[in-house]
Design a protein around this ligand. Structure first.
Ligand SMILES: [Zn+2]
Length: 394
């Protein structure tokens, strides 16, 4: 991985500017955050700010100037997030969930009104950022990674890793309301006129980016946005773990992303297809009976078959369900072993010490034996029995 001196210089200059800008309150009250009021002490205490900051190819201010666009921005401990968050009226049935979430967040930001029935852009931004930070801790735990793992700077340098699970800079998320604006950003920044949700490896700063358009994905519901962001971040955090240097097995990464999304809210599902883009598939809230049927008919893809699938093109609708279930099984019954298995897989190095993604099927087979003490056939049997005993028939 190349990290040119000029890039480091640019990064540090921009960070210095950020610090200067943070000290100011926005002059106009209408631009002031309704959650933290841009209060420097409150922002500092909660390890967040509303920019400007370095982002994507340039920085948040330049993006707004170039595109004549006024999103809201937020930087937290592990993320930089920006975008449009249209006002959202909380549906009657969801009020309880949101009130509980807001009551919790009020402990950090006293100005929050937990009984509010409409979330403005600042509420939505702060709530999404909060959910993303919670997810970061959850993901790190699932990966079998200690919160202290990347805090030792000299150890990071020795291993050639950065502080963000192995990446050098924070994970980035961008949410556009309009498809056209999203396309314009994609063209300007990454040189691709894509409009589907996209993950991007920003090699200049060694960080992983994820973006989408609400209009394109027909996202109205706040939980649907939350789910699609968590799905994208599942991939990015997994990829970033011990540094993104080679591709992880597709069953593992897609299975994990589904597991995260479905654990958060099973009503909204995202499916990855080729080239890292995402698309929506059939709607089915409860996947468990469907997986049961596949096992009973002996039609579920086996571990032995799945470990060889190299691309999203080789994963059909039923495979998505099976991948999810296999992760559900491993994370629920063998969380510690799963973390060790995954950590070994992402940490592979060749004889010269370089990241090694070769012979991934052998590595997985050996990993199953070493960490779970199962051959792939044994793993298959264990999973099938567990799913039949655990999942409802209807
Ligand atoms: Zn705020």
């Amino acid at each position: 991985m190349k990290y040119t001196p000029s890039a480091i210089l640019l990064a540090s200059l921009l960070l210095t500017n950020t610090l200067a800008a943070q000290e100011k309150y926005p002059k106009k009250k209408k631009n002031r955050c309704t959650v933290c009021e841009h209060d420097p002490e409150l922002m500092e205490a909660n390890k967040m700010n509303h920019g400007p900051f370095i982002f994507a190819r340039t920085d948040s201010q330049k993006i707004m100037d170039d595109m004549v666009w006024s999103p809201v921005w937020m930087e937290t401990q592990h993320y930089r997030l920006g975008g449009d968050f249209p006002k959202w009226k909380i549906p009657e049935v969801e009020r309880k969930i949101y009130r509980a979430e807001l009551t919790e967040l009020q402990k950090k930001f006293p100005k929050i009104k937990p009984k509010t029935r409409t979330l403005d852009k600042w509420y939505r931004l702060h709530m999404l950022a909060n959910r993303m930070e919670i997810f970061y801790s959850e993901a790190r735990a699932s990966f079998g990674c200690s919160p202290l793992e990347f805090l030792d700077e000299s150890k990071n340098i020795r291993r050639g890793l950065g502080p963000f699970l192995g990446e050098k800079d924070k994970y980035e998320v961008m949410v556009f309301e309009e498809t056209n604006l999203y396309r314009e950003f994609m063209t300007l920044n990454w040189g691709l006129a894509y409009v589907k949700p996209q993950r991007w490896n920003n090699v200049d700063r060694d960080c992983l980016w994820f973006g989408l358009s609400l209009q394109q994905e027909e996202i109205k519901h706040d939980r649907k946005l939350q789910n699609i962001v968590l799905h994208g971040l599942s991939h990015n955090l997994l990829d970033g773990y011990m540094h993104y240097s080679f591709e992880l097995p597709v069953w593992l990464t897609e299975g994990y992303a589904h597991w995260v999304e479905r654990t958060n809210d099973p009503r909204f599902t995202t499916f990855c297809s080729v080239e890292g883009s995402l698309h929506e598939g059939k709607t089915l809230n409860d996947w468990r009976p469907e997986v049961r049927k596949l096992i009973k008919k002996d039609e579920a893809a086996t571990f032995a078959a799945l470990i060889r699938r190299a691309s999203f093109a080789e994963i059909n609708w039923e495979d998505h369900l099976v991948c999810w279930s296999k992760l559900d099984f491993l994370l629920q019954t063998k969380p510690k072993e799963f973390g060790e298995f995954l950590t070994e897989l992402v940490s592979r190095r060749d004889s010269k010490g370089y990241p090694d993604g070769s012979k991934m099927d052998d590595a997985q087979r050996n990993g199953f034996k070493k960490h779970f003490d199962w051959t792939l056939n044994q793993a298959e049997k264990k999973w099938g029995e567990w799913a039949l005993n655990t999942y409802p028939a209807k």
